[in-house]
Design a protein around this ligand. Structure first.
Ligand code: ATP
Ligand code: MG
Length: 472
């Protein structure tokens, strides 16, 4: 079984994982004490959040008419904030995370593009991200200083210049998105631009963070004849079903002794592509905080209005969930098809994993496909931030699959007079190892020789096509 080692550093430290979600955000941390096994803890209290409140806060901000930040997170839910926002015409910013996404021409992406609210005219997504990060960071500081340690203030001051940050992002976000997040982290004052600070900021995909959470919660082991053993030679798909994206990653155990996992298919993320109409935000807010969370049976009674409260028929409620269930099911079928090992198990985390209806529907669907589905019994929505800390401490994933590969082998006819070939300054060769500029080699190419052209695009050399000199 996995057992974390004591921290081997010589001075105290702090790891802080910040998970900015489309709808909700959370933070987890670990205090690093020399010689002590680090533990992962959640930040469980935020300003304006009732004591029994969830451990995440809404990813929402209010800016006033001159662009000053007026309320963030749970503060945006206060009746007084909402009233003041209406009176003074503040701008509400939500779902801002999706402004950072890699744009694509897929239908779901176009639909999201139409549905997410525009940012205030004078704010870039990096500025909004930075404002939100700064707020979460200050909440973490207050929480750690006040609640977690005796002498918390002194502890914070002593470690603040070497805090390690782990920021999570959806699977499939890469360099450009990480770059934007890094700029936001600098703007928010988490790190400086100094080169030595670069190593203090780490990125993890939501899928990989979720896997780490599942391992910590012993979801990747099976009980067999009373003994625990790792799922060896079997693949598992970890699904983080959040408020805006579904992140899927498939893994298998690569080495049970060292407790390492390998990715067995490129990770994937999907946008739900549906959300409730914007002209009824208050209804959806109530719906999001009550009805949606409790829904478990589509045989509930028909539409009924009593004491000003509308009952929504079970079948109608079920229809709200159906697009998400369909998206998750289809994505799992695709990952299973592409994986290089037999997938037997699905681990479901993220806020949606808490939905009894969602879970039972997915369970039925997957049973027919021969898949078992599990979810952790607690804190499914904190999976990514807890997992982010574990990612830094434990490094369970040893092998990852590239999502893209450069180099396309195709066999169109090469044409010396093709201006497109000439324009790109291509290279040709008589075999794979020797390359010549076309001008040097085409005169040497003898008939009946099969050659290759290589197109140069920026610094990446793309092997575009083979060509056959006979045909020229
Ligand atoms: N019991 C529940 N039943 C149904 N939905 C739930 C339940 N609990 C949470 N949710 C939903 O889960 C979503 C939030 O999940 P989570 O916090 O994982 O998302 P996120 O991190 O904001 O989004 P993402 O990871 O996609 O960016 C919200 O839409 C919330 O309504
Ligand atoms: Mg999330």
């Amino acid at each position: 079984m996995f057992k974390r080692k004591p921290f081997s550093g010589t001075q105290q430290g702090l790891v802080l994982a910040i998970d900015i979600g489309t709808t909700y955000s959370g933070c987890s941390f670990s205090v690093l004490d020399p010689g002590v096994v680090p533990e992962i803890k959640g930040v469980t209290s935020f300003p304006a959040q009732p004591p029994s409140g969830a451990s995440k806060i809404p990813s929402v901000l209010y800016y006033d008419s001159v662009g000053v930040l007026r309320a963030v997170g749970a503060e945006t839910l206060l009746e007084s904030t909402i009233e003041q926002a209406e009176d003074e015409q503040w701008t509400k910013v939500e779902w801002f995370k999706l402004h950072l996404r890699p744009k694509s021409s897929k239908t779901a992406d176009l639909r999201i593009h139409q549905q997410i609210l525009a940012l205030p005219p004078d704010k870039s997504v990096i500025q909004v991200y930075a404002d939100f990060l700064r707020y979460l960071f200050s909440c973490c500081r207050t929480f750690i200083e006040e609640r977690m340690l005796s002498g918390g203030v002194g502890f914070w001051e002593s470690v603040q210049d070497r805090i390690v940050f782990v920021l999570s992002h959806p699977n499939g976000w890469e360099g450009p998105q990480q770059n934007s997040m890094r700029r936001a982290a600098v703007l928010a004052g988490l790190i400086t631009e100094n080169p030595e600070d670069r190593d203090r900021l780490h990125f993890v995909t939501e899928g990989e963070a979720s896997l780490h959470f599942c391992i910590n919660n012993r979801l990747t082991v099976k009980v067999y004849l009373g003994a625990l053993y790792f799922l060896k030679d079997e693949g598992i798909i970890v699904v983080d079903a959040g408020g805006g994206t579904i992140d899927l990653s498939a893994y298998s155990v690569s080495d049970p002794d060292t407790n390492t996992f390998e990715e067995i298919t490129p990770s994937e993320y999907k946008l739900y592509g549906t959300r409730f109409e914007e002209d009824i935000p208050r209804i959806t807010e109530c719906f999001d905080q009550t009805t949606k969370l409790q829904f478990k049976d589509n045989r509930e009674p028909d539409l009924d209005i009593r004491s000003g409260q509308m009952k929504i028929a079970g079948l109608t409620m079920a229809r709200f969930f159906q697009p998400s269930i369909d998206t998750i099911s289809e994505a799992i079928v695709d990952q299973r098809r592409d994986a290089c090992k037999v997938i037997t198990t699905v681990l479901l985390v993220g806020g949606f994993a808490a939905s009894p209806w969602m879970f039972s529907e997915l369970k039925d669907t997957f049973q027919q496909l021969g898949l078992s589905i599990y979810r952790p019994d607690t804190h499914v929505n904190k999976a990514v931030s807890d997992g982010g800390v574990s990612f830094y401490l434990d490094h369970f994933v040893a092998i990852r699959m590239a999502r893209y590969s450069y180099g396309i082998h195709a066999h169109p006819l090469y044409n010396f007079s093709n201006p497109e070939h000439q324009r790109r300054g291509f290279f040709i060769s008589l075999d794979d190892s020797t390359r010549h500029k076309s001008s040097e080699s085409h005169s040497n190419a003898s008939p009946n020789t099969v050659c290759k052209i290589f197109l140069k695009m920026r610094d990446v050399e793309i092997s575009l096509s083979h060509f056959d000199v006979r045909s020229v």
